[in-house]
Design a binder for this molecule. Structure first.
Ligand code: ADP
Ligand code: ADP
Length: 228
């Protein structure tokens, strides 16, 4: 099955001033192993679409499946890892313990967990910060913790909403290169929201261009010769 299949999805928000058409008639298929970026001006519905895929909210109408399952079932099965701009770390858990969380939830043995967490922290350059707590880190470092956590289970799908937004230039370039390698090595599909066209072009197999009011897909641009 496709990693993500979105068919005729609409999302409306009722607000004090009326109905906001955050997403209108969205059709999008992300194949297993494919890297797709979402770009478009603020308010075009990128985060809303990511939240629907991640089962953090429900469509008003339409169909959405993840590996052929409902979004809820895919979440319960830990089919995807999430790294959103708001890192969403648990403040009472150390950096290492945050990264270890998906492994714990999946019942990975303690010794294996420790090795895997050490690898992940090394990859994001935070080995020395394993025992710190999130509020002792910069925004960029917190994002790196969230990225490490999203990769912990080597998910078949990564949902990333501006995960590199708070990173300095050098760290961002390193993380971009690492992400491309990780996605290729693990065969993970990635849905990636960014404000940066160069970043989208560098990373993606296809770039989905969205437009606001109502939030729609206005164009899908293949970035690889072999991309559909
Ligand atoms: P983007 O991520 O592309 O900036 P969003 O998905 O955040 O866009 O928002 C799309 C539209 O939906 C915007 O008009 C936004 O104001 C509106 N919106 C998003 N979430 C809510 C909400 N919880 N309540 C009301 N309106 C919302
Ligand atoms: P515990 O005391 O039960 O190990 P912690 O909150 O210290 O609880 O750690 C939770 C998880 O984080 C465990 O899976 C542990 O293996 C991992 N962990 C903690 N510290 C480190 C570290 N420095 N390096 C690697 N993994 C760590």
């Amino acid at each position: 099955a496709a990693a993500v299949q979105v068919r005729g999805v609409n999302k409306q928000f009722q607000t004090a001033t009326g109905i906001v058409h955050a997403l209108e008639n969205i059709d999008l298929t992300v194949q297993a192993g494919e890297f797709v970026s979402l770009i478009g001006p603020s308010g075009c519905g990128k985060s809303t679409l990511m939240r629907l895929i991640a089962d953090l909210d429900d469509p008003t109408s339409g169909e959405l499946t993840v590996f052929g399952k409902t979004a809820t079932q895919a979440r319960l099965d830990q089919d995807y890892g999430i790294a959103f701009q708001q890192a969403g770390l648990l403040p009472w858990r150390s950096v290492a313990a945050n990264v270890a969380l998906p492994l714990e939830l999946h019942g990975v043995a303690s010794a294996t967990r420790r090795t895997r967490v050490a690898e992940l922290l090394d990859m994001v350059g935070l080995t020395e910060f394993a025992d710190r707590f999130p509020d002792q880190l910069s925004g960029g470092m917190q994002q790196r913790v969230a990225i490490a956590r999203s990769l912990a289970e080597q998910p078949r799908l990564l949902l990333m909403d501006e995960p590199f937004g708070a990173l300095d230039e050098m760290t961002r370039e390193k993380m971009q290169t690492d992400l491309v390698r990780i996605a290729a090595d693990t065969g993970a599909a990635v849905v990636f929201v960014t404000h940066s066209i160069p970043e989208a072009v560098f990373l993606s197999d296809r770039v989905v261009v969205m437009s606001p009011r109502p939030g729609r897909i206005s164009q899908i641009v293949p970035m690889r010769l072999d991309a559909a």
